[in-house]
Structure formats: structure tokens, C-alpha cells
Design a protein around this ligand. Structure first.
Ligand code: SF4
Length: 195
């Protein structure tokens, strides 16, 4: 039987366990998502983030980078290497880290940006990689430790897949990330049932 497999999908053969996707990408494609435990604490990251919040200096720097392709490529490469080591970043270019306790949702094998799927194990294991912790369990534990659980209630906008590979810092400084997530879960009081 021939089984088609798309980018990042598990290989599903009837009656067999899911085979994890390969972790080495084809040239030009992002690495397959695999749960990643961040290597840096949330407090340090929040401090760094405050330093790098959008302001005129960063706006001008980002605008210059975009006008200077070689500098943009170099900056993006440094960002890619650094964030891959610290967060398992896959360069979606629309960074959710500040709202997920700096656990990257794009390392979820299903790339879920709004919480875990129904397949996480009772001990917090990923459904696709049972030996690894679910990204969203890691996010919750980290958010709980520094009192930011409410951040996880924000709703994340779907990813714009045309932006993969761009610098998320440049997008952030140029104000393109302003509506990446909502202020709260947007649910409000339950609507009245109409009977
Ligand atoms: S840019 Fe995207 S892939 Fe990279 S850390 Fe942020 S959310 Fe994850």
C-alpha cells in the first residue's frame, strides 16, 4: 500500500503506531515540529523583551534592515540560530513567545497555537512524541511559576504562512505583530440560550 506523506505529518498506516516525521528538513523547508523545552527562564526573557520593545530606535533599525538585503539576511540568520537553540524556533515570523511563557507553539507537532490537542497524555506527554512533554503543558507550568497563566487565555490569530523565514523581530519592530493575539479569551458571559 502506498501512503502519501505531507510536510511534518506523521505516517499513518492502518493498525500501526504513528511513525514520527523526519527531523531533517528538505532543503528550503522548516524543520519538522517536535516538542521543545525552552532553555531560558521567563523572567530573563521578559526583562530582555522590555529592552527590545518597539520604539523609534528599533523601528529605524528594522526599516534599515529591510532596505539592506545582506544585513537583513545576516540578522535573520543570527535570529534563527539563537532562537532555535533557546526555544526550538522554526521561523514562522509571527512570534507568539511573549504570550505563551516563551514556549514555542510551533514546536507542537500539530502546530497548535491555542492550547493542546485532545491527545496529550494524563502525565503531560505529547501524543505524537509520547516521551516528550506537550508544549502546552510546558507553557502552562512556566506561566504558572511567574503568575502569567491568564496570558494563555488570549486567542492567537492563524499563522500567515507567506511569512515563514522572515525575521519576527523586524516584523515586531515595524508594528506588523500588533494583532497577533487578543487581549483576553473574548468569551465574556455565556450567551443566553434561546428556547
Ligand atoms: S517566531 Fe514562530 S517559530 Fe519562532 S519562536 Fe516565535 S512562534 Fe516559535
Amino acid at each position: 500500500m502506498r501512503v502519501e506523506r505531507g510536510r511534518g505529518e506523521a505516517l499513518l498506516v492502518p493498525g500501526r503506531r504513528a511513525v514520527p516525521p523526519p527531523t531533517v528538513p528538505a532543503p528550503g523547508l522548516p524543520r519538522a515540529p517536535r516538542p521543545f523545552r525552552p532553555h531560558v527562564g521567563t523572567l530573563a526573557m521578559r526583562r530582555l523583551h522590555r529592552l527590545l520593545e518597539p520604539r523609534r530606535l528599533w523601528y529605524l533599525f528594522a526599516a534599515w534592515l529591510e532596505r539592506t538585503p545582506r544585513a537583513y539576511r545576516l540578522f535573520t540568520r543570527v535570529e534563527e540560530v539563537t532562537k532555535a537553540r533557546l526555544f526550538g524556533c522554526r521561523m514562522c515570523a509571527q512570534c507568539a513567545l511573549p504570550s505563551t511563557a516563551y514556549a514555542c507553539p510551533m514546536t507542537c507537532p500539530k502546530q497548535l497555537r491555542n492550547g493542546p490537542c485532545g491527545g496529550a497524555s494524563p502525565t503531560g506527554g505529547c501524543e505524537v512524541y509520547p516521551d516528550l512533554q506537550c508544549v502546552w503543558v510546558a507553557a502552562y507550568e512556566r506561566a504558572e511559576r511567574d503568575g502569567h497563566v491568564a496570558d494563555l487565555r488570549r486567542l492567537q490569530r492563524p499563522v500567515d504562512h507567506r511569512k515563514w523565514g522572515q525575521s519576527s523581530w523586524v516584523n515586531y519592530w515595524l508594528g506588523r505583530d500588533e494583532d497577533l493575539w487578543t487581549e483576553d479569551d473574548g468569551l465574556g458571559p455565556a450567551p443566553r440560550l434561546i428556547v
